[in-house]
Structures are given as C-alpha cells and as structure tokens.
Design a protein around this ligand. Structure first.
Ligand SMILES: NC(=O)c1ccc[n+]([C@@H]2O[C@H](COP(=O)([O-])OP(=O)(O)OC[C@H]3O[C@@H](n4cnc5c(N)ncnc54)[C@H](O)[C@@H]3O)[C@@H](O)[C@H]2O)c1
Length: 382
C-alpha cells in the first residue's frame, strides 16, 4: 500500500505519525512510504534518516495526500487537511470527534475511512493507543509539579523528595488509572509521600500490590478527598469516567483550605478537569493561580516531549497500522478492536459514542466495510 506521513500542522505539535524505525517496518512489509519533508524535525529525525529507513520524501502535504492510499498522523486533521482527503482513503490518527462537529462534517464530506487511535480497544477493555500518552502525561505531571513548586514560580518552595532530615512533599493523586499510576511511580521514585485515591476497589488492590506499601491507597469519597487535598503540597488530577466529562472532585470553596503555594496538575483537563477552578492552558503559558493555589492544566502534555511520545505512540500503533496497510479495510472486518476504532466511513459515522454525541445517525461499522468490499473488491468481501 502507498502510505503517506504529512508534517503535523496543529499549533505546538512536534510529534510525527511514523518514526524512521516504524517506516522501516512498513517498508520491510512491502509498503511504499512517503514522508513530507521536515515531518520529523520535532523528533530530530531529518529527511536523510527517513530516506535511510526506506521512505521517499514528499515536498508538501498536497503531494502526500494526493499520492497515498493511507495517511498516518498524530493529531486530528485541521480544516485545510479535510479538503486534501479523498474518497476511500484511510486516515489513521487521533480524532476526538465527539465534541467536534465541524471536523466530523469535514471528514464525512471527504468520503475517507477514518480510524481514530483513541477508540481502538484491546481484549481487556482498555484503550491501547491512548495508554502510551497517559503514561507520558502521568510521568510528566510530577516534573510539572516540581517546577511549579519552586518559589520563583509562586510555589511553596519545596523540593518534592526533601533531603535527609527535612520532610518531602505530600503528593495526592486523584484517580489511580494509567496517568495516576505513572504519576505515583515518579513521585515515589523522587521520595515523596504519596496517596492515591480511586473509586475502584479492585484498582486500589492492584496499586497496593504494585507499590508494596510505598503508596497510601484510599477509597475516593467526599471525606477522604477533603482530608488528602487539604494536606497536600501537590494534587494530580487523573480521573476518567469513560465517555463523560471529568467529575469535579475539588470544588472552588475547597481551595481556601489548601496550602498556599500548593500545586494542582489537572491532567484530566482534556475531559474538563477534576478541579472546578481548572481551565485549559498551553505550554507557552502553562500555569495560573487561584486563591494562592498554582494550577497547571496543559491539555496536550505529551506534545512537550515529542521524541519520547512519538516513539511510545508508534510502538502502540504499529501493529494496527501494518494490518491496515497489509489488508486495507478488510483489516477492520477481521479485528474487532480495530473496528472499534472506525469512526467515519465514506460519509457515515460508524462509532456509537461519536454518533450519540454529535446527534448523527449511526452506521454499523462491520456492515459499512462489508458493503464497500462487495462494491469495490468482491473477492475480499468474504
Ligand atoms: N492533559 C494531557 O495531556 C493528557 C494526556 C493523557 C491523558 N489525559 C487524560 O487523563 C485522564 C486520565 O486518563 P487515564 O488514561 O489515566 O484513565 P484511566 O481510565 O486509566 O484511569 C482513570 C481512573 O479514574 C478513576 N476514577 C473514576 N472516577 C473517580 C472518582 N470519582 N474518584 C477517584 N477516581 C476515579 C477510575 O477508577 C480509573 O482508575 C483522562 O481524562 C485522559 O484523557 C490527559
């Protein structure tokens, strides 16, 4: 298959859809990969590195989109890219369509087959293409907290791990899923005193096993949240209720009981945040204070470490991308987890959650692909 990798054009996005290592895998599997010139600049991979991996370098996005049967990206296509997509072309990237009716319309009008990283599933009910970015964000959250705790940034002037004879920071993690676990791991590694709160008892048991007593696990309830948050130097917001906005676990009036210069890193900000006082910020201007509490609420934290993030993302997307490149849309029929990723197919919405959020009719994903195969490649329809 002819696979194309355009340069990301969303503001402050430095990741790339395929690393040179991933390109090599596609080429070894017999595919032709065209990469837009400078697409890998954000991860220090120049055109020569891509050529060495077997890619052809394309001069601009128009060329990549016009000559490829499948486009592999990171962020959702921007409005100028919708027009470059074509009927039957496969798009494999993050989409986050539920709150984005304009993009949904753009993709539907293009006639493309759009598979969204964030809705591909695994056998354990997880989201394997979202997890690597949660791992990155969780680990970054403690770095961000450490920076914000510094006195010249308005923080308490506290070193997370303390030193012998001086107490470390109290780090409280709300939500012990992927983000929360990786944040807790970093905080423990630095020597902080760490509590993790979660609503799920099985999850708290797993964390208890994992951390072997180095982390205090607590059931998330009004009392425990207040007790922990009021005593905290750092609070990491890491809750997720799938398909819903993050619950506001920390109300505005609670802030006045928190320590002055304490730091909130609300990683869950992409789902609205779990502090009532959170609003999304950018890497250019990441923090603000409310009642003396420093808020860090960057919505695309992994974008700040594109080298780590691109490799982590490629490790997870590679098997699915190779399946799509190898079998075309037939791969979507053959793998129920990839099928969960199908959001838009030739003008119709094929993901129940996206259809519901956008108030648009739903087309069954398997049926949609079967119809396409019957029409265009009857041999593969099965
Ligand atoms: N800002 C960023 O750059 C960035 C990057 C990656 C992920 N995220 C976001 O971080 C959030 C967490 O992602 P994740 O992958 O860790 O999700 P996850 O599903 O792995 O974990 C979420 C956890 O929250 C728990 N939870 C739900 N309701 C709770 C409550 N009331 N109190 C305590 N715990 C509760 C769940 O039981 C679960 O263990 C998501 O909103 C995700 O989109 C943001």
């Amino acid at each position: 298959m002819r696979v194309g990798v355009p340069k990301e054009i969303k503001a402050q996005e430095y990741r790339v859809g395929l690393t040179p290592g991933a390109v090599r895998e596609y080429v070894a599997a017999g595919h032709k990969v065209t990469v837009e010139t400078n697409a890998g600049a954000g991860i220090n991979a120049d055109d020569a590195a891509y050529q060495k991996a077997g890619a052809v370098i394309g001069k601009d996005a128009a060329e990549i989109f016009a000559t490829s049967e499948m486009i592999v990206k990171v962020k959702e296509p921007q409005s100028q890219e919708w027009k470059l997509l074509s009927e039957g072309q496969i798009l494999f990237t993050y989409l986050h369509l539920a709150p984005d009716p304009r993009q949904a319309k753009g993709l539907m009008e293009s006639g493309c087959t759009a598979v969204a990283y964030e809705t591909v599933t695994d056998a354990r009910g997880g989201l394997p293409l979202l997890a690597p970015m949660s791992e990155v964000a969780g680990r970054l959250a403690i770095e961000a907290a450490g920076m914000s705790l510094k006195a010249f940034n308005g923080g308490r002037g506290l070193l997370i791990g303390g030193v012998p004879g001086v107490q470390p920071a109290r780090v409280v993690v709300l939500g012990g899923g992927v983000v929360g676990t990786h944040a807790a791991r970093m905080a423990v590694g630095l020597g902080a005193e760490v509590s993790v709160l979660d609503k799920s008892l099985p999850r708290l048991r797993e964390l208890d096993e994992l951390f072997q007593g180095r982390v205090r696990t607590r059931f998330s309830a009004l009392d425990t949240i207040e007790e922990e948050v009021f005593a905290a130097d750092v609070v990491i917001g890491a809750v997720l209720v799938p398909g819903a906005s993050a619950p506001k676990l920390v109300k505005r009036e609670m802030l006045k009981h928190m320590k002055r210069g304490a730091v909130v890193v609300d990683v869950a900000i992409d789902q609205g945040g779990c502090f009532e006082t959170s609003h999304a910020t950018t890497h250019a201007d990441p923090v603000y204070a409310v009642d003396g509490v420093i808020h860090y609420c960057v919505a695309n934290m992994p974008g700040s470490v594109p080298l780590t993030s691109s490799h982590a993302l490629n490790n997870a997307t590679l098997p699915f991308g190779l399946a799509l490149a190898g079998k075309g849309v037939r791969a979507i029929l053959d793998d129920v987890h990839l099928r969960d990723g199908l959001n838009v197919h030739r003008g119709r919405i094929t993901h129940p959650g996206v259809a519901k959020s956008l108030g648009l009719p739903l087309k069954d994903a398997a049926e949609a692909v079967q119809e396409e195969l019957r029409q265009h490649s009857p041999r593969l329809a099965g």
